[in-house]
Write a protein that binds this ligand. Structure first.
Ligand code: UD1
Ligand code: MG
Length: 452
């Protein structure tokens, strides 16, 4: 049986007061992507005919996030936060012109997988008019409870604040994810009242109202770690931990070695190749690609960077946005690379800042080399050719170009371009006075003896 077209409505209008934040709750991030972004990504994976997002008044940042993460999604404003049923009705117009299934997702439930949602939607193919994703949390506090009849159909969802002591004993809880295949969904939503502990219009009441009209409600159960609802910072950290555990497992299954996986932080979009070894305490920000055979030694911070095949990075290296390491590059301890390309086989092994520039293949950047890229007003580029040798403790004052095969003597401050194969040296000639140190010591010890 082919399922009818799917409309997904993501509810994101809640204030999120429990986060105690100036940022709307759904923009708080997990693995570098907003919770809303995660929910929109799973919505895209489901191949919905349309995605609609309900936001609160004045939530311009949330609107912008929708435009970034799901261009083409509809945005609806819920005028006042009067509950989840009221929120869904903000997208009334979109639901009115849609004929097919409606799936409601909460933007504060970011760990859902497409597989689980497909199983939920299948429940609609198997005779349910309403399908609810349920789970048995270790701690059910705060969740709505699922009331089922003898044959397992759902008879009602009771919010905790409205539940009797007996109902609170029920372990099966509402994840908030609900799917509808009803001829008159808008009629059902319109019939929901607000006679409850919070005085809100609860979407969960749709189960009883649709039931009274003859629609059966089914439950599909899933694991708690998919439906953790984030209302507070501690739950945000718990969701992050679950995401990280999944992401580490996935890179290991794809052929990377993580010596201490629990100390490696991945972003939602980190791409790691095969036979990559990652030592303990490595942080990946967003936008990082690591090719095959790379070694990342302990304690590195890497964001928006590309690391080519066979490269060795760290320990204690920092790759900032725009760092592009070609194959077999070595970047060692206390080296910072920003907006710079290092050509194949180039080495920068110690204590350097390489910002806004390019280095050709096979070059050697000595310890303490600095690309002086900023004069307090503007940034400029440092461009090095192929096979360049930069002696230790050199400052290259941008804009400056060093030709192929050139040598820079240690300790130089280079302010002018250097021709290919030349030696550039910028330091005072060395002086030497034979015997000076011995005389100096004798003189000083005599003086001290007299004074004492
Ligand atoms: C809700 C469910 C509860 C479930 C829990 C799972 C209801 C009545 N309760 O409770 O059964 O166990 O989620 O996490 O649905 N929102 C709006 N407008 C509003 C209110 C909420 O858009 O007026 C959005 C929020 O942004 C959020 C979602 O709806 O994304 C859920 O709201 P929240 O206040 O977190 O509901 P819970 O108390 O967690
Ligand atoms: Mg919630």
């Amino acid at each position: 049986m082919t399922s009818p077209p799917l409309l997904i409505v993501v509810l994101a209008a809640g204030q999120g007061t429990r986060m105690k934040s100036a940022t709307p709750k759904v923009l708080h991030k997990i693995a570098g992507r907003s919770m809303l972004g995660h929910v929109l990504a799973v919505s895209r994976d489901l191949g919905a005919a349309a995605v609609e997002v309900v936001i609160g008044p004045g939530m311009d940042a949330v609107r912008a996030e929708v435009e970034k993460e799901a261009p083409g999604a509809g945005v609806w404003v819920q005028a006042a936060q009067q509950g989840t049923a009221d929120a869904l009705l903000a997208a009334r117009e979109a639901m009115g012109r849609h004929s097919g299934d409606v799936l409601v997702l909460y933007a504060d439930t970011p760990l859902l997988t497409a597989e689980t949602l497909r199983a939920l939607l299948q429940r609609l193919d198997n005779g349910a008019g309403v399908a609810v994703l349920g789970f048995e949390p270790a701690d059910p506090a705060g969740y709505g409870r699922l009331l089922t009849d003898a044959s397992g159909w759902l008879s009602a969802i009771r919010e905790e604040k409205d539940a009797s002591p007996a109902e609170r004993e029920i372990r099966l809880c509402n994840s908030g994810v609900m799917a509808f295949r009803l001829d008159d969904l808008l009629g059902v939503l319109g019939a929901i009242g607000n006679n409850n502990a919070k005085g809100e219009y609860y979407l969960t009441d749709a189960v009883e109202i649709a039931g009274a009209k003859g629609a059966k409600a089914g439950v599909v159960a899933c694991a708690e770690d998919e439906v953790l609802g984030v209302n507070s910072r501690d739950q945000l950290a718990a969701a992050e931990a679950i995401f990280q555990a999944r992401a580490r497992l996935s890179v290991m299954r794809e052929g990377a070695t993580l010596i201490a996986p629990e100390t490696v932080w991945l972003a939602w979009d980190t791409r790691i190749g095969r036979d990559v070894t990652i030592e303990p305490n490595v942080f990946f920000g967003t936008g990082v690609t690591v090719e095959d055979g790379v070694q990342i030694k302990a304690n590195c911070h890497i964001e928006k960077a590309h690391i080519g095949t066979g490269a060795i990075v760290g320990p204690f290296a920092r790759l900032r946005p725009g760092a592009d390491l070609k194959a077999n590059v070595h970047v060692g301890n206390f080296v910072e690379v920003k907006n710079a390309t290092l050509g194949e086989g180039t080495k920068a092994n110690h204590l350097s800042y390489l910002g806004d520039g390019s280095v050709g293949a096979g070059s050697n950047i000595g310890a303490g080399t600095i690309f002086c890229n900023y004069d307090g007003f503007n940034k400029a580029r440092t461009e090095l050719g192929v096979g360049v040798f930069i002696g230790s403790n050199s400052s290259l004052v941008a804009p400056v170009k060093i030709g192929d095969g050139a040598y820079i003597g240690s300790g130089s401050v280079i302010t002018k371009d250097v021709a290919a194969d030349a030696l550039a040296l910028e330091r005072s000639p060395q002086q030497e006075r034979p015997g000076w140190a011995a005389k100096f010591r004798t003189m000083m010890s005599r003086r001290k003896a007299k004074a004492g």
